[in-house]
Design a protein around this ligand. Sequence first.
Ligand SMILES: *Cc1c(COP(=O)(O)O)cnc(C)c1O
Length: 219
Amino acid sequence: MLEQRLDEVERRIREAASRAGRRREDITLIAVTKKFPAAVILDAYALGLRSFGENYVQEFEQKAPQLGPLPGAVFHLIGHLQSNKARKAVEIFHSIQTIDSVKLAARLEQMGRPLDVMIEVKLSEEDAKSGAATADVPAIIEHLRASPLLRLQGLMTMPPWSDDPEQTRPYFRRLKQLADSLGVTQLSMGMSHDLEAAIEEGATHIRIGTALFGPRRKE
Ligand SMILES: *Cc1c(COP(=O)(O)O)cnc(C)c1O
């Protein structure tokens, strides 16, 4: 089942990349395993997946010990990080995609470990989603570029939900423009239903849950 779904996702990625004149290897598929047990991560790893996304520090803290060594696997935190979970987060994740303030960046730095990070950008003012306001992004970048430990990888966004990819495309385009204007090269954007639009607009990391693992149980 997972194998067929992965084939289908790979086909979608390749087709979107080819439409956009981009190379498949410039796009990282992050398998989003939130709310699925550790066994699902192991199955995905066995099929060759190496990048994983989890939303909750506490949930992944419980799963991580069940995984054993997975050489080459990279775990990204893609959900909001509260400062009081910063210590645990740097222990269990290789990358944190949801930096949304200088304060959080400074807190992570205090942990004294090298860490890949992305800045989560909030591109729509209306909804209460987490992320830094566009206007605050330059100051966060400046802070990260001066940091000996935090390595700025790129920008991440989660547009307001719509099942129509054409509704989210303008957000992807704006994130790309913002990144270009700030000299940032990687973009984490696009989920199961809109990965094509994201890739066409320049995503370097897509975060895919449902299309690989099926529907999640509700909270
Ligand atoms: C759950 C989640 C995803 C994956 O969404 P799907 O629609 O299941 O592919 C991607 N990014 C973030 C931040 C998420 O919380």
